[in-house]
Design a protein. Sequence first.
Length: 89
Amino acid sequence: MIAFIDSAKVMAKGQVTIPKDVRKTLGISNGDRISFIVEGNTVRIVNSAVYAMQVLQQEMKGEARKAGLANDDDIVNLVTEMRKEEVSE
């Protein structure tokens, strides 16, 4: 994990330019969306797409095991069965 401190000036309309090193570290570029996570008096700025994927992964953690999917073969078999069902409908 890269740790560094950078700063930016808040303009009249509340706009801030995210420093280049921060944009590079977060993997954000022109047109990307960012999220602000406020925890007490601390704010984390994160790449919205990456954050959404992390939240989804956390929510899905353990679901494959619950569904009886222990390895890649189980997943391939499940997809094959689902496709057979779609064709027969």
